[in-house]
Write a protein that binds this ligand. Structure first.
Ligand code: NAD
Length: 294
């Protein structure tokens, strides 16, 4: 079975790697946090003490890191990981990063005979655990064909968005919609409850009506409405507000480059920046609910 190096075992990487193990892939894993490596090693993965060590004997490298600077820091430069990989290695970069950043890694990889796909995901930590993520892939179609079985072990929807960087463009468009929906849901929940409605009743009415959206289906921001949502566990776990702010910043950059008008995305970014100033950046992004509650 193909040996895969998996780098970055955070909220998303850990459950994604777990699904690859379940599917029978041999995994050698690395994270800057040793406890995450130990957790997966106890479940059958090989532990590595560095990214380079994780990639020895690997035909495929998967990375799931926070942001552009972590990805460029890992792969690029004279001592970057790309220089340690054999030609023919397949790199699947799943973090959400700037399309430009992804293209820089694509270019450097291609110069070394390494195939790469930018493949950010949607579906949250629940989708990562259930193996039902959506992959938005940028790069050559022939490379995607080679990687398909690996993505299928972690997700249920695999889209070819277009050439290098296109997966990241699709992802920032999607997350801008998600942020706007989350904020709209949070302000409506707060208004309804302040006006005397039961939060669970209001949430169910909107979910089944024309205001229905992904956050009402799977991720209600009001504590106690959905047992498994981060809001019901003190906004812990899930998708950190600081990562949403990062994605909204990437969306604004994309709007600038393409000359697009994105007033809703701009406002969403401002609200998430406010949350970061309040020290809530490490909490799940549904903590935006608290901006609307006394
Ligand atoms: P996270 O912060 O929980 O995990 C990132 C992990 O990368 C951490 O464990 C960190 O120690 C590790 N790391 C950082 N630099 C490293 C390096 N050089 N070498 C090895 N490990 C390193 O973040 P996350 O929530 O898992 O998100 C990862 C990416 O996926 C982000 O780009 C995020 O925007 C995106 N994403 C997250 C979600 C979500 O719901 N959490 C959903 C879709 C996409």
């Amino acid at each position: 079975m193909t040996q895969i190096a998996f780098i970055g075992l955070g909220h998303m990487g850990l459950p994604m790697a777990r699904n690859l193990l379940k599917a029978g892939f041999v995994l050698k894993v690395f994270d800057l946090v040793p406890a995450a490596v130990d957790e997966l090693a106890a479940e059958g993965a090989l532990a590595a003490a560095s990214a380079v060590e994780a990639t020895q004997d690997a035909l495929v490298v998967i990375s799931m890191l926070p942001a552009s600077r972590h990805v460029e820091g890992l792969y690029l430069g004279d001592a970057g990981l790309l220089t340690a990989l054999k030609p023919g290695t397949l790199v699947l970069e799943c973090s959400t990063i700037a399309p430009e950043s992804a293209r820089r890694v694509h270019q450097a990889a291609s110069a070394l005979g390494i195939e790469m796909l930018d493949a950010p995901v949607s579906g949250g930590t629940a989708g990562a655990a259930a193996g039902t993520l959506t992959f938005m892939v940028g790069g050559a179609a022939a490379t995607l064909a080679k990687a398909h079985a690996i993505f299928a072990a972690m997700g249920s929807n695999i889209f070819h968005a277009g050439p290098d960087g296109a997966g990241q463009v699709a992802k920032v468009c999607n997350n801008q919609v998600l942020a706007v929906q989350m904020i709209a849901t949070a302000e409506a929940m707060a208004m309804g409850v302040a006006s005397g409605l039961e939060p669970g009743v209001l949430a169910e009415i909107m979910r089944q009506s024309s205001g229905g959206n992904w956050t009402l289906e799977k991720y209600n921001p009001w504590p106690g409405v959905m047992e498994n949502a981060p809001a019901s566990r003190g906004y812990s776990g899930g998708f950190m507000a600081e990562l949403m702010a990062k994605d909204l910043g990437l969306a604004q950059e994309a709007a600038q480059v393409s000359g697009s008008s994105t007033p809703m995305g701009a406002l969403a970014l401002q609200l998430y920046r406010l949350l970061l100033k309040q020290g809530k950046g490490k909490q799940d992004f549904s903590v935006v609910q608290q901006l609307f509650v006394e």
